[in-house]
Design a protein around this ligand. Structure first.
Ligand code: 6LW
Length: 501
């Protein structure tokens, strides 16, 4: 039984990387097309984690302004050396493999430098880069050589490595192939550790879905050759009924009471554990070094109890750290100064079907959630919605004489409409986990409603299975937010309540 909460960081926070600096711990996670990107979390006890900032505060730092869906900020590695924090990451279909530095992990971070190949002609071509230094201070970038550019795009060359000059951001050699696992698909998420006289290479393999796992090899040198360990995979939930599945993509750290692995997982529900509504979350599990090899415990569910509450009355001139926008910053789509005490959203012709909606959102971080948003729609049409991406989203909107609930599922659309002539309205988006035991269940139900003249009216109850990482085949998770599609709307308050019960 883990003593730590699991999920450790709930909601759409995949591909975690962790670093310890003294008694402080920091975690960075993936953010894909969302801005700001690459959140940094801080803890001193490995229980309470606080979002303290972001590596990338603009879309341009990542190159995600027009990035295709599923592309963007994948899998960071966070490390610390000689007083400097480093984050290395590949922005897929964006700027490529980038290196950021900061002296304060809360930021500001550098603008991000591309890690160039030895010829200096392009980014090193691979994902999930790790950064490690040997005793002489030589920097090693070890990565998963999934080819993202050129005629070989989509090919996978296994785990590769280059020594890099971090001053010039240029590889010092051609890529070297390293041990790439036990033969399962998608060897990725490599991390190097020096421990007990060996260099260890920990990777994910099997794919980030139900076959996911972590495997380990060791060598006398950071450059290999590496030899796989006797007990691979050292952690996996595949072919089990564990409540946490897809466990893999882990990073090791010496925690307050022993070594730990921070890794991704999902919490699929329904009769066959088919649907992970929140997407891939961050989990933790104990690790032991035994006879020169790793033992990693299965990941145990230990959710935070009680109801978490978040609200924003938009009284501050800047967005809080929880807010994210799609391919642009929240303050590029909404104003907190135009009408003090309100978030003003000016429609620009886009809707939630578009890649750059006028949308400002929060991650759904609990299996059960109730979100309300109070609008002034006297001059436009706006609403409250939950999205995976442009093809998969549910929303309820008001304005121009009606209230509309809508479900968009891969091009299939259904609407529920009622007349509405008011100017002020509170919209509701509730997520209710399914309690149907066994056959006939689903993940959850999304209820879309409105309070009109003090009376709550629910327009639709929509099966939540179509907003899960499996059905959308997505790397992200649910994001719930407010948006505008016509004219100008003002949002006076957003309130989120969530629980795991
Ligand atoms: C990440 C890689 C992966 O870079 O997905 O499926 C990418 N595996 O490890 C985005 O999470």
């Amino acid at each position: 039984m883990t003593e730590y909460y699991n999920p450790l960081i709930s909601g759409f926070h995949p591909d975690p990387s962790v670093v310890r600096v003294g008694d402080d711990y920091y975690i960075a996670t993936s953010t894909f097309e969302y801005v700001p990107g690459i959140p940094i979390f801080h803890s001193r006890d490995f229980e309470t984690w606080t979002r303290i900032g972001h590596v990338a505060t603009t879309a341009e730092q990542l190159g995600v302004s027009d990035v295709q869906t599923a592309g963007g900020a994948w899998a960071p590695t966070i490390r610390h050396r000689d007083g400097v924090f480093h984050v290395i990451i590949t922005v897929a279909m964006g700027r490529g493999m980038l290196h950021f530095t900061a002296t304060d992990p809360a930021g500001p971070w550098s603008a991000g430098d591309v890690i160039l190949n030895a010829a200096g002609t392009a980014s090193v071509d691979g994902i999930d880069p790790d950064l490690a230094w040997d005793d002489e201070g030589t920097a090693y970038v070890t990565y998963s050589a999934l080819v993202l550019t050129g005629e070989d795009v989509g090919q996978h060359r296994g785990i590769e490595q280059v020594r890099v000059d971090l001053d010039t951001h240029r590889a010092l050699e051609e890529p070297r192939s390293l041990w790439s696992g036990t033969g399962l698909k998608f060897p990725e998420a490599p991390h190097l550790y020096e421990h007990g006289g060996y260099w260890y290479l920990v990777i994910a393999e099997g794919g980030t879905e139900r076959g996911h796992g972590m495997s380990v090899a060791r060598s006398d040198s950071p450059a290999g050759p590496f030899v796989g360990g006797p007990g691979n995979p050292v952690v996996s939930a595949r072919s089990t009924s564990r409540p946490i599945q897809n466990t893999g993509h882990g990073d090791l750290v010496e925690g307050p009471d022993g070594w730990l692995a921070v890794l991704l997982g999902v919490r699929p529900t329904s009769m066959t554990q088919a649907f992970s509504a929140l997407g891939r979350e961050t989990f933790v599990t104990p690790v032991r070094w035994v006879d020169g090899w790793l033992e990693i415990d299965p990941v145990e569910l230990n959710p935070r109890r009680g109801t978490a509450v978040f609200s924003d009355d938009f009284d501050e001139p800047e967005f809080g750290l929880d807010w994210i926008g799609v391919r642009r910053r929240p303050d590029e789509t909404g104003s907190l100064t135009e009408r003090p005490g309100s978030l003003v959203l000016h429609a620009d012709g886009s809707t939630l079907d578009d890649s750059r909606p006028v949308f400002v959102g929060l991650r759904q971080e609990h299996l059960r959630a109730a979100v309300t948003a109070t609008f002034d729609v006297s001059a436009g049409v706006g609403g409250l919605g939950v999205r995976y991406d442009e093809r998969f989203h549910y929303e309820i909107e008001a304005g121009r004489g009606r209230i509309v609930a809508r479900a968009s599922v891969g091009g299939i659309r259904q609407e529920w409409t009622r007349p509405f002539s008011g100017a002020s309205v509170t919209l509701h988006l509730d997520v209710r986990p399914d309690e149907t035991p066994g056959i006939g269940g689903t993940s959850d139900t999304v209820v879309l409603g409105a309070t009109i003249d003090g009376e709550r009216i629910d327009l639709a109850e929509v099966d939540g299975r179509f907003l899960s990482s499996e059905t959308t085949e997505s790397f992200v998770g649910r994001v719930i937010g407010v948006y505008a599609v016509d004219g100008t709307v003002a949002v006076d308050r957003v309130a989120y309540e969530g629980s795991e019960d």
